[in-house]
Design a protein around this ligand. Structure first.
Ligand SMILES: Cc1ncc(COP(=O)(O)O)c(C=O)c1O
Length: 358
């Protein structure tokens, strides 16, 4: 009989064994500015109304497999053209997985600029797709010539473009995206996770390109805990992806919970406005600190470079502030930290702790 470790080695694919599980830091009692969450909680009376809406859900029954009422609410909320179809995922992470499962096979490739959202590569490795990373320019702009050359050489089945990009925070030039879409023999997925903070979208251009998909999430606008991602695209594509989606991937409480929240658009808009205003205030305050290089952001986070980022990160933690440390991997992000915009007083605590840390 094989030992357990031999059996694992024999059965688990090498690509999977080489992966490291996605690490989620334990924030404990710290001010949590590491995961691009909306920091606002709902006031008591709205929370009570939300709980009443949830109490109407019969959890002994399976959820609506098509999430039809939720899709209708999303369509109105996100201004999605009627000609475009929707597929929902348990977060956009699941949509990225469904897309990659649909195209994986021997010799198939996925391409994305780097640095970008880590799940594109993690999922590619997990499903056995070759991942092609095309470095961004030093300014973190898209290198269109390098992207088009790599697309021509590798003919990727999927290209992922986070717009705005995580972790750099910038919006790539729209003409650069057009060039990539037009050069791609495969699908191009524009991941608009941070669209609420940039206010710009490709949603209305889906009809213009037959290889364009647009992805959104509700995570960054205050519903990260409900897990809901939205994929918009032509029906012909989505019909194929539907074959891979598990029938009840959006649970009943998420469906009812999001439908309730979307009825309060003015409140969500107001929170987003406040986050954007705070982003500008924090960016200015960071720029005023000697030794800090701030990258422009169209998101709800700010990437900044600072000497001895590892030490600064640890000191911030000791002061009870958790940000994301992107340093230490020997990449272009060395000495970079990423801070999510929190409540005004949380941002103040962060800025004070940062000044003390350096
Ligand atoms: C660009 C981008 N896409 C997708 C996601 C995943 O979002 P979700 O919570 O919907 O899985 C993230 C999360 O940080 C992200 O930064």
């Amino acid at each position: 009989m094989d030992s357990l470790s031999t059996r694992i080695e024999r059965l688990i694919r090498p690509g999977v064994r080489a992966l490291r599980a996605y690490h989620v830091a334990d924030a404990g009692d710290m001010i949590k500015l590491d995961a691009m969450e909306n920091p606002n909680v709902w006031p008591g009376e709205l929370e009570q109304a939300w709980l009443r809406a949830l109490s109407d859900v019969h959890i002994n029954r399976y959820p609506d497999a098509q999430s039809q009422e939720l899709k209708d609410a999303l369509r109105a909320f996100m201004d999605i053209p009627v000609s475009v179809d929707l597929m929902l995922g348990n977060g956009s992470d699941e949509l990225i997985q469904i897309l990659q499962l649909a195209v994986c096979g021997p010799g198939r490739k996925v391409l994305a600029p780097t640095p970008s959202f880590v799940m594109y590569e993690m999922i590619a490795t997990a499903v056995g797709l070759e991942f092609i990373a095309v470095p961004l320019r030093d300014s973190f702009d898209l290198d269109v010539a390098a992207m088009c050359a790599a697309i021509e050489e590798h003919r990727p089945a999927l290209v992922f473009l986070a717009w705005p990009n995580n972790p750099t925070g910038n919006l790539f030039d729209a003409l650069a995206l057009e060039a990539v879409i037009e050069a791609s023999p495969g699908l191009v997925v524009i991941d608009e996770a941070y669209q609420p903070f940039s206010g710009q979208s490709w949603m209305s251009r889906i009809e213009q390109y037959d290889n364009l998909l647009v992805m959104r999430t509700l995570s960054k606008m205050g519903m990260a805990g409900l897990r809901l991602g939205v994929l918009a695209g032509r029906r012909a594509w989505l019909q194929e992806f539907e074959k891979i989606r598990l029938p009840y991937n959006i649970n009943s409480l998420t469906q009812a919970g999001v439908i309730f929240v979307l009825k309060h658009q003015a409140r969500i808009d107001q929170q987003i406005e406040q986050i954007c205003a705070e982003r500008e205030r924090v960016a200015e305050a960071l720029e005023a600190i000697t030794g800090v290089q701030v990258y422009p952001s169209q998101t709800n986070f700010i990437l900044f470079r600072i000497e001895n980022a590892d030490v600064v990160f640890d000191r911030l933690k000791q002061s009870g502030i958790l940000v994301k440390n992107l340093s230490g991997a020997g990449t272009v992000l060395d000495d970079c930290l990423r801070v999510t915009i929190g409540l005004p007083q949380e941002n103040d605590s962060f800025l004070l702790a940062l000044e003390q840390a350096i």
